[in-house]
Write a protein that binds this ligand. Structure first.
Ligand code: GDP
Ligand code: IMO
Ligand code: MG
Length: 447
């Protein structure tokens, strides 16, 4: 049995009763509201662990009147009893991390508990540059990346040419690795992309400055997380991006370069599958995508426009407009399968208030065939048109609702339809950006 922290609010005490390690991940193309959901659970968590991605993520957390945009520091940092951890599966741009640490400190949030894996890979200036010039070079074929150097940093990691956090503290290794990297990168930058070369000395100086400031945060995070789980502490794994952006299971090549899916939490942290008790899939009540790539339920009409406007669908990191569309249950069933979801957290249901009717995709048709499973072939996915089920909408503003019984019956029917189709229980529904705007559907154990 887990210990319940003193002063823990009544609603939060319920989650404490039996669950020690939970993965919170996106079931769509990112921006599902993972930051808000993580912050909601972090109220009682001991550790919140980011296991993949880097500052391509943009997680907005709203606490009272304050809005925090986080890209690297886990959303649990807002809770003073919680240790935020950046695990080895992440790629870290040290300048961005330090800016975020400073931003938090200047706004009264104590970042000193942050732990950073010594095995995490660093995003270097040439990664950012290569990301940007490659996108330009691809033209109409571009991925629409965040240009934060994510892809090139992971490419170097897997080519075993990456520079890790621990290398910052060993000048010889840092210099040797940088020399090897620049010998190749400068040729690519100058000869392929017609760019100026980068200077090793300049980069070394800058990264050594970062090193001094990062030193207090660096740790063996695999050991830290495993020990916390072992001693029954409450550990949250916060996914960035989403299932459909997964490098192995997403809509390749229009994906990110890491594994946001549940398996990524294990490899990206250095723990085994038996350590995990719950996998919570965060699903927006509709769906959005930033960047290019197939999107079967996309709405390029005034309904999609209304979703963007009402839902404030603009990127936290890049400010880009997000493409919006009806909820895709084919994709959600797929996410349930590849992540072994144990429950769903539906967000932004409030955004759908006022739509006369709603639609959800239950299947696809493509190139003359009918698909109920997410297609594995790019060509099939590109040609998909959704088979839509129409459901009744509701008029009332639901952002103040806290009990399921107070939701309009059409909203309850919408949720029931999702739950039944996906076969995974919806345990929480979010009706606004603020921490308290959550409806708990968890059945209360019989007393
Ligand atoms: P993440 O990347 O998955 O963490 O999601 P983002 O933070 O990028 O985008 C979600 C946006 O929706 C943020 O601006 C949140 O503050 C906001 N949000 C989260 N949950 C809700 C909700 O239930 N209703 C509304 N209206 N906004 C929400
Ligand atoms: P959060 O954590 C939405 C998208 C980019 C692009 C593709 C590859 O806020 O949900 P990258 O820079 O990773 O190489 O870009 O992935 N992308 C996201 N889309 N939310 C995100 O993160 C994203 N992170 C990357 O738009 O299509
Ligand atoms: Mg986001």
């Amino acid at each position: 049995m887990l210990s319940i922290p003193r002063g823990c609010p009544a609603w939060a005490r319920r989650y404490h009763r039996s669950v020690a390690a939970r993965i919170i991940l996106g079931t769509q193309w990112g921006d599902e509201g993972k930051g808000k959901v993580t912050d909601f659970f972090a109220e009682t968590a001991d550790l919140v662990v980011r296991y993949q991605g880097g500052n391509n993520a943009g997680h907005t957390v709203v606490v009272g009147e304050e809005r925090f945009a986080l890209s690297l520091v886990p959303s649990g940092v807002m809770n003073p009893g919680c240790t935020p951890v950046i695990a080895s599966g992440c790629v870290v741009d040290p300048g961005v991390l330090l800016d975020e640490i400073d931003m938090l400190a200047s706004r009264g949030v104590d970042p000193s508990r942050l732990r950073l894996s010594s095995n995490a890979h660093l995003i270097m200036p040439y990664h950012r540059k290569l990301d940007a010039v490659k996108e330009r070079y691809l033209g109409r074929q571009k991925i629409g990346t965040t240009k934060r150097g994510i892809g090139p940093a992971y490419a170097d990691k897997y080519a075993r040419q990456g520079i890790r956090v621990q290398d910052l503290f060993d000048t010889k290794i840092l210099n040797d690795k940088l020399d090897i990297a620049l010998a190749e990168k400068n040729k690519i930058l100058t000869r392929v992309y017609n760019q100026l070369p980068m200077d090793a000395l300049e980069i070394t100086h800058q990264y050594q400055e970062y090193a001094e400031r990062l030193r207090p945060y660096v740790d063996d995070t695999s050991l830290l997380v495993a020990s916390a789980i072992e001693s029954g502490r409450d550990v949250l794994f916060e996914g960035a991006q989403g299932t459909l952006l997964d490098i192995d299971h997403g809509t390749y090549p229009f994906v990110t370069s890491s594994n946001p899916t549940a398996g990524g939490a294990l490899t990206g942290t250095g723990i085994g599958p038996k350590a995990i008790d719950e996998v919570i899939g965060v699903a927006k009540a509709y769906i959005s995508r930033v960047g290019t790539g197939p999107f079967p339920t996309e709405l390029s009409d005034e309904i999609g426009e209304a979703m963007v406007r009402i839902g404030g669908e603009y990127g936290t990191v890049t400010g880009r407009r997000r493409r919006c569309g009806w909820l895709d249950l084919v994709a959600l069933r797929y996410a349930a399968r590849v992540n072994s979801l144990t429950s769903l957290f539906v967000t932004k249901l409030d955004v759908l208030s006022g739509f006369e009717t709603l639609n959800v995709a239950t299947a696809y048709s493509s190139l003359g065939s009918h698909y109920t499973e997410f297609p594995r072939q790019q060509r099939v996915l590109y040609n998909c048109t959704p088979v839509l089920q129409e459901l009744a909408g509701w008029e009332t503003n639901i952002s103040e609702v806290r009990n399921a019984a107070d939701l309009p019956k059409e909203a309850r029917a919408y949720l029931r339809f999702i739950e039944k189709d996906v076969g995974v229980p919806i345990r929480w529904v979010s009706v606004g950006p603020e921490r308290s705007q959550v409806i708990d559907l968890t059945p209360t154990p019989a007393s």
